[in-house]
Design a protein around this ligand. Structure first.
Ligand code: C2E
Ligand code: MG
Ligand code: MG
Ligand code: MG
Length: 292
């Protein structure tokens, strides 16, 4: 996007592009500092089985306690920047270490089928370093691989041979795989054939206005049927209303997560819920699942 300036041989950039580059570099420096200063931490969103209301797992979601701005930053404000640089690998490795250490602590207080899910960027999956780190973390924490699930999102990086190879090596370890945000990307069906998946997560956009959209209801029914045909566990995400939950129960969707059941919560809160053998389901969700 650089413009050649006259015949001088110099290349100049427009002020707008320079300020974009500045912003990217500034953000990258901030992410590096945050990694060094250990400003990233995890919150966990419980995942529930709809037939029983049991908490069958939790998803780790990264947060950044930014000491400069004094705020907690959400992933959408820094993951895209990290994915444009190599820093996403460092973030994903950090998250994986923290999540597995926590999951290992929960071993003795959770059911055998309680699985911790961790998001991984397709870009990280292209790197051998990610796989080596995963093997090392499982060894160090003693977490059984069956207790870990990686959530991957459709996207350009996943198509690469490297990423597909890494994913099959990860499956061979005994770690399970979920396809996140299913239906929101472009060539989603290709992955169903290429990857040895365990779970489909229906993108939350299909749940918006579900009550008034017969088409969205049909799409969800279709995804549930597809998952059943393929032998995959199907989960809905972004459940915000009682009507959405009721629909999913009626359609025999296997599981769900969302604000209606539980927001992402602090490690300590989830630990207490596991000790108390309660899912931390909000009261309205409990009654919809006939648990109250
Ligand atoms: P995701 O993996 O699809 O995670 C679900 C997102 O939906 C989370 O946002 C969660 O807080 C939000 N959510 C959950 N229930 C509801 C609901 O009922 N309504 C609405 N409106 N939202 C709900 P969050 O934590 O901001 O994460 C956004 C995305 O950032 C994630 O989407 C994931 O793609 C990415 N991400 C999060 N943590 C990591 C990480 O450790 N590594 C990587 N590479 N990406 C991450
Ligand atoms: Mg996810
Ligand atoms: Mg998702
Ligand atoms: Mg996502």
């Amino acid at each position: 996007v650089a413009k050649a300036e006259g015949r001088s041989g110099f290349v100049t950039y427009s002020p707008a592009i320079l300020s974009q580059i500045d912003a990217q570099l500034g953000e990258e420096a901030a992410i590096k500092r945050a990694l060094n200063d250990d400003e990233y931490f995890l919150v966990w969103q419980p995942q529930f089985e709809l037939a029983t209301g049991r908490m069958i797992g939790a998803e780790a979601l990264v947060r950044w306690r930014d000491r400069v701005s004094g705020t907690v930053r959400l992933p959408d404000s820094f993951i895209p920047t990290a994915e444009r640089s190599d820093l996403i690998l460092e973030i994903d490795k950090t998250v994986l270490s923290k999540a597995c250490a926590q999951a290992a602590h929960w071993m003795s207080i959770s059911a055998d089928d309680f699985v911790c899910a961790v998001n991984a960027s397709g870009k990280s999956l292209q790197e051998d370093a990610f796989f080596l780190h995963l093997v090392e973390v499982l060894r160090r924490t003693g977490l059984p691989p069956s207790r870990l699930q990686l959530e991957i999102t459709e996207g350009v990086f996943i198509h690469s041979r490297n990423a597909l190879d890494t994913l099959s090596k990860i499956r061979n370890l005994g770690v399970s795989l979920a396809l996140d945000d299913f239906g929101s990307g472009y060539s989603s069906f290709g992955y169903l054939a290429d990857l040895d998946l365990n779970r489909l997560k229906i993108d939350r956009s299909f749940l918006n206005d579900l009550e008034s959209s017969g088409k969205k209801q049909d799409v969800i029914r279709g995804i549930i049927a597809l998952a059943n045909t393929l032998g995959l566990v199907v989960m809905a995400e972004g459940v915000e209303t009682e009507a959405q939950l009721a629909f999913l129960i009626a359609e025999r969707c296997h599981g769900a997560q969302g604000f209606f059941m539980s927001e992402p919560i602090d490690v300590k809160v989830l630990t207490n819920q596991l000790i108390a053998r309660r899912g931390g389901l909000k009261a309205k969700a409990r009654s919809r699942l006939n648990l109250s």
